[in-house]
Design a protein around this ligand. Structure first.
Ligand code: NAD
Length: 363
């Protein structure tokens, strides 16, 4: 292991970007955060206070142009989803390593274009690393469950149930967010879809999807073709199924949990959410607190992600997951979102291509 530090920059300093910036600034010993960009002036002010010595830019392109001359090696993309692909492609073409927040895009074809650019860039930059940040893959509980499944503890896994459920936010935040998020399946369930692809294996092929949803708390979401609660069913070739629940309505806090059932047992992750091991005994009973949002649950996973990504870049080690999987996840999320709105079941052939699109192309 060399003593070299990875020179990394960040794009986006919103909720997630500020967290990534903090992790790379102070909690990733083998990385140096050299620059940050955001078009939002208030976020530049935040960076000047909280990231001393880090150069700030209002423009992503200008940051890349200037910092490339200073030896920039990598970039984290934590901007709004709508610009992930274009920013990732610019960085890939320059030979930079890229950690891009999920999803690569709300559209599978655009997501594929990021993969294609990376494949082309590898001819010139064979050691380039490009990863989509599915943070749950770095969580110790999910990793432990995965290892147990691999060791045969539950036999052959065939039923997967997973949920991403946010705390109710009555401020209207999720309505504004829905304009650009791609919808609840692409924004929330993408994590559960990625987990299903991980646990079932990267070669698993989707056979069909269908979904239903409601607006139990935010009817305004309908104008953006979104819902605040939804359930999706994904069928895979080879006799495997997944049931996904996504919600913006949890009263207690963040409730992200997963169950994987096989013919010899079941693994369950976080089915009893908790902030820590404290139980509060009161006259009315016993209760425990749970994290109010995803960061409370996954903070440690994000820090592991930053450190492992850095190590893979510096030591030229393979990344823990393939970029192609991030496209598969968007394709399934997009199809679930479509099914949610149209009520139609969407079917795929054994190559993973949509049957209806192929039919339309032939007509
Ligand atoms: N891995 C996870 O668990 C997780 C959790 C939350 C968010 N995310 C992802 O992180 C990304 C950011 O989410 P957030 O909650 O921080 O959003 P946010 O709205 O708080 O921040 C978005 C950032 O992008 C910048 N931005 C907006 N429009 C831009 C444009 N046209 N060009 C360049 N920059 C632009 C904003 O200035 C801001 O810095 C999203 O893609 C989201 O899906 C991932």
């Amino acid at each position: 292991m060399s003593g070299e530090k990875l020179k990394i920059a960040i794009a986006g300093l919103g909720r997630m970007g500020a967290r990534h910036a903090t992790h790379f600034f102070g909690l990733t010993p083998r990385a140096t955060l050299v620059a940050a960009s955001t078009p939002e002036k208030s976020e530049i002010e935040w960076a000047e206070t909280n990231l001393p010595g880090v150069k700030t830019y209002l423009n992503f392109d200008e940051m890349l142009e200037t910092e490339m001359k200073n030896g920039l090696q990598a970039v984290v993309i934590a901007s709004a989803t709508a610009v992930h692909a274009e920013q990732a492609i610019k960085a890939i073409r320059l030979g930079l390593h890229v950690l891009c927040e999920k999803p690569l895009s709300t559209n599978a074809d655009i997501s594929q274009s990021v993969v294609d650019e990376h494949k082309a860039a590898l001819q010139k930059f064979p050691d380039q690393k490009v990863m989509c940040g599915f943070s749950r893959r770095f969580d110790p509980s999910y990793r432990d469950a995965y290892e147990k499944m691999q060791a045969g503890v539950i036999g052959v896994p065939s039923v997967f149930r997973s949920q991403t459920c946010d705390k109710l936010d009555p401020s209207g935040f999720f309505v504004a967010y829905a304009q650009f998020s791609g919808g609840i399946f692409v924004d929330c369930s993408i994590h559960d879809i990625d987990l299903a692809l991980w646990f079932y294996g990267e070669d698993v092929v989707v056979k069909s999807v269908c979904a239903v949803g409601i607006t139990a708390v935010s009817p305004e979401l309908r104008k953006y073709n979104d819902r605040d609660n939804a359930v999706g069913i994904v069928e895979f070739y080879g006799g495997k199924i997944a049931q996904l629940f996504c919600s913006r309505m949890m009263a207690a806090g963040q409730e992200d949990s997963t169950e994987i059932t096989g013919n010899a047992g079941k693994l369950a992750i976080n089915t009893q959410p908790m902030t820590n091991l404290v139980n509060i005994y009161e006259p009315t009973g016993i209760r425990r607190e749970i994290p109010p949002h995803y960061y409370g649950r996954f903070k440690d996973a994000f820090i592991v992600e930053a450190n492992e990504f850095t190590a893979c870049c510096l030591d030229n080690k393979p990344l823990p997951m393939k970029l192609d999987g991030a496209v598969k996840a968007v394709a399934i999320g997009q199809a679930l979102q479509e099914s949610l709105i149209t009520g139609q079941k969407i079917e795929f052939d054994e190559t993973g291509a949509r049957k209806d699109k192929k039919l339309q192309a032939r007509l």
